[in-house]
Design a protein. Structure first.
Length: 269
């Protein structure tokens, strides 16, 4: 069992009762906070019950509530990774993070296990989870693989998709600009992935979309520059979304290829 965070003295990601937003921008609901955790079903807190017939409550209902709590914690942890509130190289224990969320360690541990599969954290036996550190080489490798996937797909889409279909994606490009303008890293990361997901979805290849999004998510953290530089980089990155839509609608293959290749290597990705 984990014995608490090795860095509990570091700046808490969820200090003073203020919890991070989910990737959609909302705060973690009341059921995942403070004393409200006491009102969670005991099964959702990972606790055992005694003297109760498990058939009294449908198994499906328990599963939905458990998944909801874990999903909220997972979204909040992903936001904290993008924002830099979970620092690369630091070890965090599930009990310590659970205390900050106001839930048991169980949903936090489950969410961290998912992040470990995604490469966001590494399991440290008997201690918790260490936030992975991305070096320049790994980020360059991710960018290279993304380019190998996205450049040919978008060139094909430029040849085949009617211009009016690209107009429908303008609101998604505008959302990235709005997030970049206020320097909201978490909102930008979410809107950036949503834009790329919508573009690639026009290929009709769901497997490709899933693989590309996983690579995209891995490339978005940890933040690699200071706040001032981040905003400038995000604004430049967001502007490329709009330019890309223009090039796709105009079927300008040379510009599409140059923009996509450049875009996936940018700070905001």
């Amino acid at each position: 069992m984990e014995q608490g965070s090795a860095h509990d003295g570091a700046r808490p990601a969820y200090a003073s009762g203020v919890l991070p937003r989910t990737s959609a921008g909302a705060r973690v609901p009341a059921q995942a906070r403070g004393t409200a955790a006491a009102r969670l079903p005991e099964q959702a807190r990972g606790e055992h019950t005694h003297g109760e017939d498990p058939r009294d409550e449908p198994p499906a209902a328990r599963a939905v509530r458990r998944h909801s709590v874990r999903g909220q914690i997972l979204d909040a942890l992903r936001t904290a990774l993008v924002d830099g509130d979970l620092e690369p190289g630091r070890v965090y224990s599930a009990p310590a993070l659970g205390a900050r969320f106001g839930v048991s360690a169980t949903p936090v541990r489950e969410a961290m296990q998912r992040l470990a599969v995604e490469g966001a954290v590494e399991v440290v036996p008997n201690r918790g989870f260490r936030v992975s550190e991305r070096g320049p080489r790994e980020l360059a490798e991710l960018a290279q693989v993304r380019a190998l996937i996205e450049v040919p797909v978008m060139l094909d889409l430029a040849r085949t998709v009617p211009a009016h279909r690209w107009s429908a994606l303008r609101p998604l490009a505008d959302a990235t600009v709005a997030a970049a303008a206020v320097g909201d890293l978490a909102a930008y990361a979410e809107s950036d992935r949503a834009f790329h997901r919508a573009v690639l979805a026009l290929s009709g290849n769901g497997q490709l979309v899933a693989v590309a999004e996983e690579l995209h998510r891995r490339a978005q953290w940890p933040p690699v520059s200071g706040p001032a530089t981040r905003r400038a980089d995000l604004l430049a990155d967001a502007a490329e979304h709009t330019a890309l839509l223009d090039a796709l609608a105009a079927r300008d293959l040379a510009v599409v290829q140059a923009l996509v290749a450049e875009h996936v290597t940018g700070a905001g990705n």
